[in-house]
Design a protein around this ligand. Structure first.
Ligand SMILES: Nc1ncnc2c1ncn2[C@@H]1O[C@H](COP(=O)(O)OP(=O)(O)OP(=O)(O)O)[C@@H](O)[C@H]1O
Ligand SMILES: [Mg+2]
Length: 180
């Protein structure tokens, strides 16, 4: 992962709660896996992470990397059809959702996810499909296709500031050039 523009240190003026928005480049899957480790180390439990980006942008790849780094050894399936996959990790519970095929709010209710916000780490792919029914994310990670790999926009609210700070601190070590 490299900062797109070192002169601007990869950040805009202000996002949610006045926190800076970061713009990064994840040059390849290795960078995505490293980002997963950073997230795993930074999460305290109870954060809601919204994972945005088009089909194939790398949302599930990132979720899988996070789970692996958190020590989960079993299979990590995309929740495309089940909508939610729960994981019990050492230090917290994690719910991985993919709302691409969500029908309506009632379906979301039936998943029993709403009452888990603030308790489990909740990771949601396609959060826009649940817009209006979901709380504001603590941190939003927006992936997109880029000339080299994927672009990543990080936008944190106060509850995700520690995660955004960990990403910012680790960003330079993710560049291809800095890899040993
Ligand atoms: N930084 C990267 N650079 C290039 N390719 C990447 C990068 N990160 C992930 N990939 C590749 O992109 C693909 C992403 O697939 P993935 O299933 O993770 O996407 P997704 O965003 O979850 O899609 P969907 O919306 O269908 O759930 C995988 O083939 C993965 O190897
Ligand atoms: Mg996916």
């Amino acid at each position: 992962m490299t900062l797109r523009n070192s002169s601007s240190a990869g950040s805009d003026a202000a996002g949610a709660d006045g926190l800076p928005v970061q713009h990064l480049v994840l040059a390849d899957e290795t960078a995505m896996v490293r980002l997963g480790s950073v997230l795993a180390a930074a999460l305290r439990g109870g954060e809601y992470l919204a994972l945005r980006g088009p089909l194939g942008a790398g949302k599930t790849t990132l979720a899988r990397a996070l789970l692996r780094a958190a020590g989960f050894l079993g299979p990590v399936r995309s929740p495309t059809f089940t909508l939610v996959e729960p994981y019990a990790l050492g230090s917290f519970q994690l719910l991985h959702l993919d709302l691409y095929r969500l029908g309506d709010a009632e379906e979301l209710e039936m998943l029993g996810v709403r009452e888990r916000f603030g308790d489990a780490v909740v990771l949601i792919e396609w959060p826009e499909r649940g817009e209006g029914w979901l709380p504001r994310p603590d941190i939003e990670l927006a992936l997109d296709f880029a000339a080299e790999g994927r672009s990543l926009r990080v936008c944190a609210a106060r509850g995700g500031a520690h995660v955004a700070a960990a990403i910012a601190a680790a960003a330079p070590t993710f560049s291809r050039e800095n890899r040993s």
